[in-house]
Write a protein that binds this ligand. Sequence first.
Ligand code: CTP
Ligand code: MG
Length: 235
Amino acid sequence: MPRFIALIPAAGTGSRMNNELPKQYLSLAGKPMIYHALHTLCHSSHIFRVFVILAPDDHEWNRYDWSSFADKLVVKYCGGATRADSVLNGLKAMQQTDGSIDKDDWILVHDAARPCLTIFQLDQLIDALALDEVGGLLAIPVADTLKRADSNQRVMGTESRNGLWQAQTPQMFRLGLLMDALSKVNSAAITDDASAIEALGLDPRLVLSDAYNFKVTYPQDLALAELILQKKETN
Ligand code: CTP
Ligand code: MG
């Protein structure tokens, strides 16, 4: 039976967050941000192992105690210049670390910057895709009206939001397919894993998620993430 292995790319700098500390380490509900996604992934009974991919010069990781995740956690300092490079380097390191990991095992790539992922969303994704030919991702239908801007920031027109979805993570694909896809794309031109799969001519499946699993990107996102995490704790 194929296994489910999580990979968290966490080698970014969080430039849009405007903070010297890389955003995956910013304090959120009393823990570094990445702790929350790790907690959900490591506590899922489906997930066999969780790989965290850090920048080669990361000096923050070792400041914290990660021992509560020790049974599943593997840390690799092999992040690259882009998210796609970090994921591909991570997949190669994964194969070198554990020879039993098979090309048909499922890889769930999850952003360190999505701390509000729940076990429920994770189970929905795995249930929907475990028998899928291609794989897919959590996503939500676009809710807002979409405007196209000209170079003066004036509205050129209104775009139909019909059939448009916002991609989230985890994005779940088989190891062999994902490595093949990521090694063929221009890594600077894509911002998620599904794009690389699409470039092979395949159609990843969209699995309905919700807005709570948003990506913390700008400083004002921190307060919202904290509220969602507090609500989760009291449920
Ligand atoms: N990431 C990575 N390696 C990179 C760039 C990004 O592992 N070279 C990771 C980030 O650490 C994050 C995830 O990919 O967990 C999603 O990326 P994003 O939210 O864009 O984070 P950053 O690239 O760090 O932020 P920004 O784009 O604002 O600089
Ligand atoms: Mg980025």
